[in-house]
Write a protein that binds this ligand. Structure first.
Ligand SMILES: [Mn+2]
Length: 364
């Protein structure tokens, strides 16, 4: 596996490339241009400036995240063709600079969602992001956006860019007539439009799951179970139509068997990259993010890493949202310390799995 770390760029991250470079075994970043609106073509000069900075720090960047899909594409509006062309232009620009995997999602309006961005964990005084469906009662989508932005410590939240949300009410209204099958049909149209370009330039699209792993505010959501992802990879049959299995997002629903999902899609060669993190389920549609350690949450991180080792050992991995520990402040979920601890823990699991396998001590 290629261990990486998310990096938002010097202007948008509280963590530096020098710090990332010092985390054991981190060979690269999963990068982004933090200020790009959905539908915008990512200019080559900005891509190369970002990558030059990463490379100068001794790190690779073959995975780019958050190339967001314009709502008109998800809504299937006539204007979608121009946005699909723009998306293809961004794919080509990224590929020209060595990018091999692009992480995106097809969630209507809202990207990931939490009801508290800094919930104190009583047992140790750290804090992490928290979700309680009951806290949404009486809240409209606009209230939620206001609360999310207020809790962001001044950082932009990926997927919560204000310009995307400016026309919130109108966009929500448009989705009222869109069924999950409609959304899948729009997804197929999008994939049919971009995958030939991706194949041409050797790029794999990695679809990130819905987070949390169920519909919210009555919006259709179609990417939160193994069945959902089977349908997505069938929409356009190509090795370039792949997945970013995010264990913490899918793990919010205890019905999702993460090691089994990794094995299933790993065996099909449809895992473009992995986000590996843990989550603690506290009740029905109530959870908080945990340290990466298996015992601190509800996911078996050993079984997940073993499934990666067995079915897609060369994939890109990064730790995902961490807690805030040791007094650190920053972009919620994206502090340095807890994610760095997550990396070393995942490294340890990997070394043990690898050595036991080589010694014939693998009893699976
Ligand atoms: Mn993720």
């Amino acid at each position: 596996m290629k261990m990486t770390f998310r990096y938002f760029g010097a202007k948008s991250d509280s963590v530096t490339l020098a710090q990332i470079r010092q985390i054991p075994n981190v060979q690269g970043v999963m990068g982004t241009l933090a200020d790009k609106a959905a539908g915008e073509v990512w200019p080559e000069d900005e891509i190369s400036a970002y990558l030059d900075e990463v490379h100068a720090a001794g790190l690779a960047c073959e995975v780019i995240e958050s190339v967001n899909v314009h709502e008109d594409i998800k809504l299937g509006l006539p204007t979608r063709d121009a946005y699909i062309d723009a998306y293809c232009a961004t794919v080509r620009n990224l590929a020209r600079h060595g990018v091999r995997v692009i992480v995106y999602n097809f969630m209507p309006v809202f990207d990931w969602l939490r009801t508290d961005l800094a919930r104190v964990i009583p047992t140790d005084g750290s804090n992490s992001m928290y979700y309680d469906e009951a806290a949404l009662a009486g809240l409209g989508p606009a209230d939620l956006v206001r609360d999310m932005l207020r809790g962001s410590n001044g950082f932009s939240l990926p997927g919560w860019e204000p310009e995307r949300l400016a026309e919130l009410e109108a966009t929500l209204e448009r989705y009222k007539s869109v069924t999950p099958d409609d959304l899948r049909a729009h997804f197929r149209y999008f994939l049919d439009g971009i995958i030939p370009t991706c194949e041409d330039c050797g790029v794999v699209m990695a679809c990130h799951p819905d987070d949390p792993a169920w519909p919210i505010f009555g919006l259709p959501r179609i990417a939160h179970s193994q069945q959902d992802f089977d349908k997505i990879i069938a929409l356009h049959d190509s090795p370039s139509n792949a997945l970013c299995l995010c264990t913490g997002s899918l793990g919010t629903n205890p019905d999702n068997d993460l090691p089994a999902m990794v094995r299933h899609f790993g065996a099909l060669q449809r895992i473009g990259c992995m986000h590996v993190r843990n989550v603690k389920i506290l009740g029905h549609h109530r959870f908080r993010e945990a340290s990466h350690l298996s015992a601190d949450g509800d996911l078996d991180m050993f079984a997940i890493m073993k499934a990666i080792y067995d079915t897609c050992p060369d994939t890109y991995i990064r730790p995902d949202h961490g807690r805030m520990v040791w007094g650190e402040t920053g972009r919620p979920g994206y502090g340095l310390y807890d994610r760095a601890m997550g990396v070393t823990y995942l490294n340890g699991l990997w070394e043990a799995i690898d050595k036991l396998s080589r010694q014939g001590g693998d009893e699976r």
